[in-house]
Each structure stands twice: as C-alpha cells, then as structure tokens.
Write a protein that binds this ligand. Sequence first.
Ligand code: 13P
Length: 238
Amino acid sequence: MIKEFLYIANWKAYFTHNEVSTWMTQYKNQLVSLSVNKSVVICPSFTEITTINAWLKDTDIKLGAQDCAPELTGAYTGQVSASSLKELGCDYCIIGHSEQRNHQSDGIIADKAQVLISQGITPIICVGETHEQREALQTNQVIKNQLESILKLNMNNLQPIIAYEPIWAIGTGILPTNTQIIKAIDFIKSCFESTDIRMIYGGSITSETSEALKEIENLDGFLIGKASTDIQELEKIV
Ligand code: 13P
C-alpha cells in the first residue's frame, strides 16, 4: 500500500457558508499550489461539503466529513448518512472525535466505521485520553477500550486511519513530547496486529510545532484543527 503523508484539515465549525466562499475565492489557488504532490484532505462542516466539492473538483485535494450516522438510513435526527457523504464526494470521514465522543459509545463509533467502510469512505478514527487519565497512567487502557469494537470490524481491504488526539492537546497549545506520541502510536499499532493502518496525530499542530512532529518515524500524517483554517499556517505546515 502507498504510504503518503496525509494533511487532514478539520475545519470544525470555524466557518460560515459565506466565509467558506470568501476563503476559497481568496485562497483556492494557494491551497491548490501547496497541495501539489501532497495528500491534503479538507473536512468542512456538513453544510459546506457541496460548496467545497464544487471549488475543488478539478484538483487532487480530497474531501472529508466530520461525522456520520451509525447506519445507512434511519431515525437519526441531526445526523448525515455515509451514503449521502459518498454521493457528495467525501473520501474520508472523521469519527469519534473527542468533541463528539461524549455523546457516543465506542460501539456506536464502530458502527459508524462499518457503514463508512461499506461506502468505500476511509474512516479517520480518533482516540485519545484526558489529562487526568494520562496522570493516572491509564492512557493505554483508555485507547484499548476505544479501539475494542473497531478491532472486530471487517475492513474490506480499506486501510483505516487512526488519529491519536490526546484530549489535553486539542486547542490548548500544549503538545505531547515526541516520545509520548511514539509510545501511543506503537501501542495502537500493537492492538491492530496484522491490519495495515495509518497513524496520524492531532492536537495543537502549528507551523512552529510541525517540523519536530514530522521527525516521528511511524507517523503517517497530521489532523490539523485551528491552524488549517489559516492558509499561511497550512502552507508552512505542508
Ligand atoms: P487543534 O489543532 O485546533 O488543536 O485541533 C486538533 C483537532 O481536534 C483536530 O481534529
């Protein structure tokens, strides 16, 4: 399998519809240039998927969503099905993000992964511990619990992406040491044994911190929040 370094931009709810259009008008060319020979994925909010797909359809930049419903169809108020995401051009979908996980069981997140896989959408499965859990030396156990249902899935030859996102590093400006990240990555990989997975890191990545993070050998990419909304930052990171 090809292992290219992934730059996944999680735009969270940072932009309104009009702001996305303004951003693309101003920065689309710069975004396309910085993405040459790089794997860049933009994950906007649901309402902006169609708009961004139209902006980027002639480029190599890929599109992702920030969540999905746990079944292909059903009574899931406020959620969007994986089949809709596929029709709208998404190749990736973040699931289990800590900003969503509180409302969802690990089993539900595994269901989401399975419907995404059924649609040929690569799930970006977020795992990570709180500060208190790390202090209590529970990091591995927490991650193991988060992955338990995922490990039972039929991946259908799709290479899932696991994003190690320690909750204490998200939006805080606090970064784990490379050693802490390497330990978490090694542990996650050991859980998967034979499955070929891609490991990415997310949490307070900026142009100032990205260089050191790129030195981590087993890392296949970044999941970038706030900094990915700033084109100059994104350009420097990529
Ligand atoms: P920040 O990069 O803003 O810390 O967010 C990380 C994140 O949650 C990516 O999914």
